[in-house]
Design a protein around this ligand. Structure first.
Ligand code: ZN
Length: 127
């Protein structure tokens, strides 16, 4: 059984807006929230502590991430419009979940949540 994954609606909107603003480059964000026994709550997003604009996710220096237990995963955009993690993405998996936002970044339909194995996870958006 997968944990229930809940996004705050503001988080979802931030992911879509940030991706759109970075297009045609990949945008990368860190996800903050809480991980419970059977629930993962994504409460806010934060920009990584360095400029990664225009750098592919695969070259994102994970060792430079702050040691911060509230970071539960990463999110990045796919300007290609492809809603699946690449092998490189899975190699650089960090945290509990990986979120991909695909072009055209319009709605929840353009957002995918994946686990370490690249399996798509279901999630809900809380108003
Ligand atoms: Zn990717």
């Amino acid at each position: 059984m997968q944990k229930e994954i809940v996004f705050n609606v503001e988080v979802l909107n931030s992911l879509l807006t940030y991706s759109l603003n970075n297009h045609p480059y990949e945008g990368i964000l860190l996800l903050r929230g809480k991980v419970g026994k059977d629930k993962v709550e994504v409460e806010n997003v934060t920009i990584p502590p360095m400029s990664v604009r225009g750098i592919a996710f695969s070259s994102f220096p994970l060792h430079m991430l702050p040691l911060d237990s509230s970071i539960i995963g990463t999110a990045h955009s796919h300007p290609s419009g492809f809603l699946e993690p690449s092998l490189d993405d899975l190699h650089h998996f960090y945290g509990i979940i990986m979120v991909i936002i695909r072009y055209p970044y319009r709605s929840v339909e353009d957002v995918g949540v994946f686990d370490r194995e690249g399996r798509k996870l279901s999630f809900t958006v809380k108003k």
